[in-house]
Design a protein around this ligand. Structure first.
Ligand code: EPZ
Length: 417
């Protein structure tokens, strides 16, 4: 089991290049199942979840060549429609192959993702919406057995709740349904816009008609294309917070600042100096960190995937702050570990009250989920002495070369077996 050792008190200085987005790559990889031509994807992040999705696609019969961050996928002879539990259980986004497999074959057997540390991760919204496209399904021994006897038929669908994954599954499925589909109350995360851009570029007929409604006219095939995956906005937000908490001076490159305007505005309110250019952000952390109340929300609100990270920063604020987690039912797993480092965070339902003026103490720690694990690194960077973070396989699911990138800007961090 690998661990990270962090020898604290580093002021991060220099520049970090942001990698491709895990959460844009996953639905786009699933959508390639619709193609019978070669698809060239560029700028994929080298993270575990992408490896898992590639293994899942290979288990379905995709032919895949991966060269560094570029991938060639050929689904012309892809013929299987069974996604097994052992691949889907570690990466809940595996459910995203359900829509394309139904669109392509009219039936599919896909393992339910199962829960994880942050919540039960149900897929009821996906299934209810797919049934509006004519899909019949049964849950048998943890698998979704789904089929569309008459093929997928376009329909008007309104999501009962904003769901990133359900929006992605339905956009992909409806792209091959007969006729017109209108999806309402969609999630509009940038990764979904990237998926839509990929599908339009490959020949699909998709148009946003209002902020959260989209119109899709089914097609029967998608063309061969080359597509560069967008940058990872959560990785970018994580490093901005790292600079703010270490009074650092960082330049973050390969990003489009307006995509994370909410985060930039909040960091400015907290007291960091943030300067933006076309494809980069410069941030200078401030010794004095002002407290602020945060509520996570669907995009363009403050992202749940940065909640653990901003919580660490608010422990250093001049007074108490409140953080409300409105997306997942159990996303405060990092609180117990932060309190072991000297934080004073109390939880009341979906609200965490974060005392300020905390000096973290180094400790041996345990990562519980992807974003919680990175918040422990942020805290460890502000302490004297050595912290050890266990179970960093959580971290490797979504952060490419994190210790190399942090070391490049002055962190004293190393991976040990
Ligand atoms: C995506 O998960 C992201 N994962 C998550 O990032 C992110 O936290 C989440 O969106 C919210 O932004 C990927 O893109 C691979 P949802 P997803 O469907 O699609 C409930 C990370 O750290 N819900 O928008 O699973 C659900 O339980 C990961 O990179 C249902 O009740 O999120 C949650 O409470 C973690 N029924 C809420 O909706 C459903 O059918 C939002 O979930 C689907 C979801």
């Amino acid at each position: 089991m690998q661990k990270l050792e962090v020898f604290g008190i580093s002021k991060l200085r220099g520049q970090i290049k942001i990698s491709g987005s895990k959460n844009a790559s996953l639905p786009i990889l699933a959508a390639t199942l619709l193609s019978s031509k070669k698809i060239y994807l560029k700028n994929l992040p080298k993270v575990k979840d992408i490896e898992t999705m590639i293994s899942l696609l290979k288990s379905l019969g995709s032919k895949i060549k991966l060269r560094k961050k570029n991938l060639i996928i050929n689904n012309s002879k892809q013929s299987k429609n069974f996604a097994s539990y052992n691949l889907v259980k570690t990466m809940r986004a595996g459910i995203l192959v359900l829509g394309p497999l139904l669109a392509k074959f009219g039936n599919a057997k896909v393992s339910l993702p199962g829960g994880c540390a942050i919540g039960s991760r149900p897929v009821d919204i996906h299934l209810k919406a797919l049934s509006k496209l004519g899909v019949k399904y049964k849950i048998i021994q943890g698998y979704v057995h789904a089929n569309a006897p008459k093929g997928l038929i376009g329909s008007k669908i309104r999501f009962s709740k904003i769901s990133v994954g359900a929006t992605e599954n339905l956009i992909i499925a409806a792209s091959f349904a007969k006729g017109i589909t209108i999806l309402k109350n969609c999630a509009i995360e940038p990764e979904i816009k990237d998926l839509v851009n990929f599908l339009i570029k490959s020949g699909c007929k998709i148009k946003w008609i209002t902020k959260r409604s989209i119109k899709i006219e089914g097609v029967s095939q998608i063309n061969q294309i080359t597509y560069p995956i967008m940058f990872d906005r959560i990785e970018a937000g994580t490093y901005l917070i790292a600079a703010a908490i270490t009074e650092g001076n960082l330049k973050i490159k390969n990003i489009i600042p307006k995509v994370i305007q909410t985060e930039i505005n909040i960091l400015r309110k907290i007291g960091a100096k943030v300067f933006t250019k076309k494809n980069e952000i410069k941030i200078i952390g401030n010794k004095k960190i002002k407290s602020i109340n945060i509520k996570t929300a669907p995009y363009p609100g403050f992202p749940t995937d940065l909640q653990a990270q901003i919580m660490v920063l608010l422990c250093k604020a001049n007074k108490k702050s409140s953080i409300k987690e409105n997306i997942f039912e159990n996303r405060f797993m990092h609180v117990a570990e932060l309190n072991r480092m000297g934080a004073q965070i109390s939880i009341n339902g979906n609200e965490a009250i974060v005392e300020g003026n905390i000096n973290f103490a180094s400790a041996e720690l345990m990562a519980t989920d992807l974003r919680a694990s990175v918040s422990l690194i942020l805290a460890a960077l502000t302490t004297k002495g050595k912290s050890i973070i266990n179970r960093i396989y959580h971290l490797d699911r979504g952060y490419e070369n994190i210790e190399k990138k942090l070391k490049m800007v002055g962190a004293n961090i190393r991976r040990i077996n």
